[in-house]
Each structure stands twice: as structure tokens, then as C-alpha cells.
Design a protein around this ligand. Structure first.
Ligand code: CTP
Length: 395
């Protein structure tokens, strides 16, 4: 997930948690953001400006001026897409709440026109003190976002609330909230992902090599574009750090079918990316099947086609996107599936394509619309392919 091209102003104040700003700056720049840093004099006792300027590739501003050169905090406040104060010490929060302006962090805060995010860090008793809580309340009332604090060991040796959020949690907040897109705001989206497992006996099952990566990327992309996302997934080999994605775990094709049909009515767009088993054992043995003869025959029965079932009950305002995994006659097979399963789009994956397939981080697909158009997405990361699919459908 990315913060590509985002302009982030980071304000660092005097708290032991300032040491976490080094990994924070690394994570932000790795995610593609440009970072400019202002810090208080007190913050220098906890983290080196030289390290910060090296990692952010910009000078760090501590004073209002360097000799005769003015550090134009107003320009910085206008430049940023967001101003994060991390760590925000008790003293700084109180000054911000009251509009004081005796250092460059406070001056940048007062001149920033962008959203402001505060990551408090202090001892529990200081954090819970009515004066601090009042400062936080006032800052919220100005429209600033106050991040929660974590509980745990504090620098004082006490254990309690007051730890600054970890750098990855701050980055996650930026991606999931501050910079969450709006293309799909108000939309309910269902995504199926992963394989299904069809039990044979208590210790064995039939399944396939799907890891769920492509489906997870689609779920994440839809969420990051503002949608409410429900992910119905078989056993996955991938996880998401996005808490807001509602996950429903299923095992077999019939469990997936039940979950999908239970949710279809409220959905606007449905992505059926799961690799559903086409057959399941005709019966599931209650006991472990013992080996006996030299050869053994397994009787299988067809599972229901979930996509076809969804296609047959879908309403005109709903959009269904099917997937087709092919190894030969790719286009003809994909188009046949789109027609038979009554989908609005079908995304063709060919296992013959280099860089496309189970468990890889990349994919290349061809998207077909029921209206006759098609679009090829060349080899890309699965996250970028997910973006292309979503954009194509929205077009
Ligand atoms: N699908 C489904 N239920 C099944 C089988 C497939 O919902 N029992 C869905 C998949 O999630 C995918 C689409 O149907 O969106 C096509 O799946 P694919 O495996 O490519 O094709 P099948 O329809 O299973 O046909 P075949 O295996 O013969 O190619």
C-alpha cells in the first residue's frame, strides 16, 4: 500500500518516543511520501536531526531561522498534505490547545491548512490528567485528529496508557484514514478469495494452490477507495492489516455459497475471485480412511457454481465480476463463462502467462465487459492489477 507523492510534514517534540521517528520517517519515505521535518529544541535530546535529515533527504528545521535565512514555516504549512506531530508531548499539546507559538513546531501547526494528526506520548498519569484531557478535547474541537495511545511499559517504569502508536500504526492510519480515497464511498462490495477445502475425512481435504493474494488485493483496493468491504474467504495464506475489512472465514464451497447468497442483497459490486473447488468427495468419512488395497477410487460430486447462482439472482443495479482461470482457448472460455454465469465482467487469468499465477506477487489479466469491450493489463504487482480492475469497472 502506498503513500506515493504524498507530502508529509512531521513535527517532533520532546518525548522519549521521539526515537521512533527514525523508523517512522523510513516507513513514510519507503511508502513513497515526501517528508519535511520540524522539531523542537527539546526533541534533539531524544533523536538526532542529522539522522532525520539523512533519511528525509531534507534539512530539519529547529529554529525560526538559520543565520540570516528564514525557515518559512508558513510555506511548509501550505506545502503539506498532512501535518503529523509525533510524538506530541504533554507540554506541546497544551500549548497547541492554547495557541502558543514559541517554537517552529507550534508556528507550523498554527499556519498549517492541511489536516493535523497528533500522536500523544507521555506517562499515564500525565495523559489521564484532566488538564491534558482538556487540551486533547480542545484540539479535537479544532478539527485535529488525536490518535489513540497504546498501553504498555512506559519510560517512567510504570505500566499503563501513554505509549505513542508504533510507526507502522501511524503509517497505517495515514493510508486507511487520512488518504482514503472516495471513488467507492457509499458502495457495499463483496469479494471472494482463496481456495475452498473439501473434506474427505477428519484429516484430509481436496483443495487447490490458491493463496488468496489477488482477492485480498481487490478487497484492500476497494476499501482504500472508500467502500465498505466484506471478504468471504476460504483458508488464506495472506492477511491484511486493514482492520476495516469485514472478513467471513469459510472452508468449503457450500459454506462459501451460503455466505455469498446471504450477503448478495445489500451489495453493489461483487468480485468473485475465489478458486472454488468444482468437485467434493461424495461422502465425508467420520473416521480416518485406512489404507487397504493397492489402488483406491474416490467418488466426487459437483459443487454448486456460486458465481452462476449469484448471477441468476442479481438485480439490475448490481455489478458482478467473475474470474476465469484458463490454460487453453483462454478468450473463448472466458467469454463463455461470462455469458453462462450472467456476469457483467470477466477477468481472465492465463496460467501460461509468465509472472501470473498462484502465490506470485504479480499478475497479468485481460478484462472483458459484457458490453463487448476488453482491456489488457500487462504484468504488474497484484495491487496495481487490482487498481486497474476497479478503475475499469468504474469507467
Ligand atoms: N466459481 C464459482 N463456483 C464454483 C466454481 C467457480 O463461483 N463452483 C467461480 C470462480 O470464483 C470464478 C469463476 O467461477 O469467478 C470461474 O472459475 P474457474 O475455476 O475459472 O472456472 P469454472 O467455472 O470452475 O470452470 P472450469 O474449471 O471448467 O474451467
Amino acid at each position: 500500500m502506498s503513500l506515493q507523492g504524498k507530502k508529509i510534514v512531521l513535527g517532533i517534540t520532546g518525548s522519549i518516543a521521539a526515537y521512533k521517528t527514525i523508523p517512522l520517517v523510513r516507513l513514510l519515505t519507503k511508502a513513497g511520501a515526501e517528508v519535511r521535518i520540524v522539531m523542537t529544541k527539546a526533541a534533539q535530546d531524544f533523536v538526532s536531526p542529522l539522522v532525520l535529515s539523512t533519511f528525509s533527504h531534507h534539512p530539519v528545521w529547529i529554529e525560526f531561522h538559520e543565520g540570516a535565512i528564514w525557515n518559512n514555516h508558513v510555506e511548509l504549512g501550505l506545502w503539506g498534505d498532512v501535518f503529523i506531530v509525533a510524538p506530541a508531548s504533554c507540554h506541546t499539546l497544551s500549548k497547541m490547545a492554547n495557541g502558543l507559538c514559541d517554537n517552529i513546531v507550534l508556528a507550523t501547526y498554527l499556519s498549517a491548512r492541511c489536516p493535523v494528526i497528533l500522536a500523544p506520548a507521555m506517562d499515564e498519569d500525565m495523559f489521564l490528567h484532566p488538564a491534558t484531557q482538556r487540551s486533547l478535547e480542545m484540539l479535537r474541537s479544532y478539527g485535529n485528529t488525536v490518535l489513540q495511545v497504546n498501553a504498555g511499559e512506559l519510560a517512567s517504569g510504570l505500566v499503563g496508557h501513554g505509549r505513542m502508536l508504533e510507526p507502522d500504526e501511524i503509517v497505517q492510519h495515514l493510508i486507511e484514514n487520512t488518504f482514503r480515497g472516495t471513488k467507492l464511498t457509499g458502495k457495499q462490495i463483496l469479494v471472494t478469495a482463496g481456495p475452498t477445502q473439501e473434506l474427505l475425512d477428519p484429516v484430509r481435504y481436496i483443495s487447490n494452490f490458491s493463496t488468496g493474494k489477488m482477492g485480498m488485493c481487490l478487497a484492500e483496493e476497494c476499501y482504500l477507495q472508500g467502500a465498505e468491504v466484506t471478504l468471504i474467504a476460504g483458508p488464506l495464506q495472506v492477511t491484511t492489516s486493514i482492520q476495516g475489512i469485514r472478513q467471513i472465514a469459510v472452508q468449503s464451497a457450500s459454506e462459501m455459497e451460503e455466505a455469498c447468497l446471504n450477503h448478495i442483497t445489500s451489495m453493489d459490486i461483487i468480485f468473485m475471485a475465489a478458486a472454488v473447488a468444482d468437485y467434493r468427495p461424495l461422502s465425508i468419512s467420520n473416521e480416518k480412511i485406512k489404507k487397504s488395497e493397492h489402488t483406491s477410487t474416490l467418488l466426487l460430486e459437483k459443487t454448486n457454481d456460486i458465481l452462476a447462482a449469484m448471477g441468476s439472482v442479481k438485480k439490475a443495479h448490481q455489478t458482478i465480476v467473475g474470474f476465469a482461470l484458463e490454460t487453453e482457448n483462454e478468450e473463448a472460455n472466458a467469454l463463455k463463462k461470462m455469458k453462462e454465469k450472467k456476469t457483467d465482467f470477466i477477468v481472465l487469468n492465463s496460467l501460461k502467462d509468465e509472472g501470473a499465477g498462484f502465490g506470485l506477487d504479480t499478475n497479468q489479466v485481460t478484462m472483458y465487459a459484457a458490453t463487448g469491450e476488453k482491456k489488457v493489463v500487462h504484468l504488474e504487482s497484484k495491487m496495481n492489477v487490482a487498481k486497474e480492475i476497479v478503475n475499469y469497472i468504474l469507467e
